[in-house]
Ligand binder design. Structure first.
Ligand code: CU
Length: 111
């Protein structure tokens, strides 16, 4: 008797926590859930070490990005559109956003 009450309340807690988050996702993005999770935007801050507009790449010394478990580091990113690099130059302090594209995080905005 006690056990079944425990199981029932555990189930109730699970459904209470999972249903609202699904509902929220659907309201925010009218996309399939699988698509939505890969298109999640991550925000970061950093300094431009080297911009390589010709190749659509930029090397950033970025601060920690806890959302994806990264510490601070210097690394090269691809940019989604080379035009994004028009308004930035070496040494600029920037804020940027990333989305996961395949295996790589690609910069979708930088300023
Ligand atoms: Cu990094």
């Amino acid at each position: 008797m006690k056990t079944s009450i425990l199981v029932l309340s555990a189930f109730a807690v699970l459904s209470m926590t999972s249903i609202p988050s699904y509902a929220k996702d659907e309201m925010a993005m009218p996309m399939p859930t699988t698509q939505a999770s890969t298109q999640k935007t991550i925000a970061g801050k950093g300094t431009i070490v080297l911009e390589n507009k010709a190749n659509g790449k930029v090397t950033l010394q970025h601060e920690a990005i806890p959302a994806i478990g990264w510490g601070a580091m210097t690394m090269e990113f691809k940019v989604k559109d080379k035009m994004l690099l028009d308004k930035v130059k070496q040494g600029d302090k920037v804020q940027f956003t990333l989305v996961l594209q395949g295996q790589d995080y690609v910069i979708t905005s930088i300023k």
